[in-house]
Design a protein around this ligand. Structure first.
Ligand code: ZN
Ligand code: ZN
Length: 137
């Protein structure tokens, strides 16, 4: 998403855009987006600064860090960004900041539930679905 600071009227501007997780390289081993990321930006301008209130929404799958089960959690986040007006660089590219905000909001160890028993370390079966037969438990 790019903003041309020369084209923001005094009363502000609202922009919407959809982008894919691949465009911003957002997928990780445990986080996968399964649809477009919808961004809505409410942009305000003062004499020398640009404020952007950004709402992000996307369908997201997260893998439980213990049992690897995929959880359909969805992604929703509001962020605020601020930029200085630079007459020599009137175009502001929000993408690097959007990417950073999204990645910083990822949970480090997502769990399907606090009581998740995880996988058997020997045979790899899901211990939430009952005991396994390999004899380690
Ligand atoms: Zn789990
Ligand atoms: Zn086992």
């Amino acid at each position: 998403m790019k903003i041309d600071t020369r084209q923001i009227p005094d009363e502000g501007l609202t922009l919407t855009e959809e982008f894919s997780s691949a465009e911003l390289d957002l997928d990780t081993e445990i986080i996968k987006f399964c649809g477009a990321i919808k961004a809505k930006a409410v942009i305000s301008k003062s004499y020398d600064a640009i404020g952007v209130k950004l709402s992000l929404n996307a369908p997201m799958l997260m893998s439980c860090s213990r049992c690897l089960q995929e959880l359909n959690t969805g992604f929703s986040r509001q962020i605020e960004l601020h930029y200085a007006v630079d007459k020599l660089e009137p175009i502001i590219d929000l993408d690097p900041d959007i990417r950073e905000e999204i990645i910083l909001s990822y949970p480090i160890n997502p769990l399907c539930s606090d009581a998740c028993k995880g996988l058997c370390p020997r045979c790899g079966c899901n211990l939430n679905e009952g005991g396994c037969n390999c004899g380690s438990t």
